[in-house]
Write a protein that binds this ligand. Structure first.
Ligand SMILES: Nc1ncnc2c1ncn2[C@@H]1O[C@H](COP(=O)(O)OP(=O)(O)OP(=O)(O)O)[C@@H](O)[C@H]1O
Length: 236
């Protein structure tokens, strides 16, 4: 079943075609990775999906309903949670309180237990009492994921979640992502190709604001256009 579809999604910044007529389908219960060279338009694209940036043209359907013009908070209410490269944790609150807020918003009656369960899930239960702003960057990212998961979202969008994580923490992150499906569908922007190839069931490659290819990890790896874009883009 398709959870989210975008058709002709477009966002230009002046003359720069950051996202330029992208068609995209996200299957429910899957892990879908979005990759592409720096500046390809990945963050802009997911910002359009969650409503952080208004769409210029095109449409977005989520769970069968048109959400193209909905404000971001209404998309969250419909089950779209996200984390971005710049974290939006409450730096002066404790780790516990950061997660307690979305747990409360969900209407939980067992606030403390649910909050600790969400923290435990991302491996931060031991740091519950710490002030969030004093966490290492990678742990702030994990805290944001816990905040997102505390909403029990239908879709979780993660923008470069492994950035700042130690190698030893990446296995835990992969296990975490696997543990949320199929209840939560995951859309992942990721530069670490080992993580992408290991986790994703479908990969979409953006380049210059357009879809270069979409398919299974094996098909993407074998795609000559993708290989050329990465060689040209300088990293993979
Ligand atoms: N608010 C903005 N105003 C002007 N240009 C922007 C804005 N946001 C993004 N851009 C430009 O749009 C293009 C796409 O940027 P975007 O951040 O979406 O790419 P990306 O694929 O996520 O890159 P990266 O992998 O480096 O994060 C870039 O050229 C970027 O400089």
């Amino acid at each position: 079943m398709t959870l989210l579809s975008a058709r002709g999604l477009t966002r230009h910044f002046g003359g720069l075609r950051a996202v330029d007529g992208v068609d995209f389908d996200l299957e429910s219960g899957r892990i879908h990775a979005l990759i592409g060279p720096n500046g390809a338009g990945k963050t802009t694209f997911v910002s359009l999906l969650c409503g952080r940036i208004p769409v210029q043209s095109g449409s977005i359907t989520f769970a069968g309903q048109d959400i193209t013009r909905l404000p971001a908070h209404e998309r969250v209410a419909r089950g779209i949670a996200y984390t971005f490269q710049i974290t939006s944790i409450y730096a002066n609150l404790s780790v516990f309180d950061n997660v307690a807020l979305p747990v409360q918003r969900r209407g939980s009656r067992t606030l403390a237990a649910d909050t600790m369960a969400a923290l435990d899930r991302v491996g931060l239960a031991g740091l519950a009492g710490q002030t969030a702003g004093t966490l290492a960057y990678g742990h702030q990212r994990l805290l944001e994921i816990a905040m997102g998961l505390a909403l029990s979202p239908r879709l979780l969008i993660l923008d470069e979640p492994t950035q700042g994580l130690a190698l030893s923490e990446i296995d835990g992150f992969k296990a975490l992502v696997r543990s949320v499906i199929p209840e939560t569908t995951v859309l992942l922007i990721e530069h670490n190709m080992d993580v992408v190839m290991d986790l994703a069931e479908t990969i979409t490659v953006l380049n210059f604001g357009q879809t270069l290819a979409s398919g299974s990890p094996a098909a993407i790896r074998a795609n000559p256009a993708v290989q050329a874009a990465y060689l040209g883009g300088g990293h993979a």
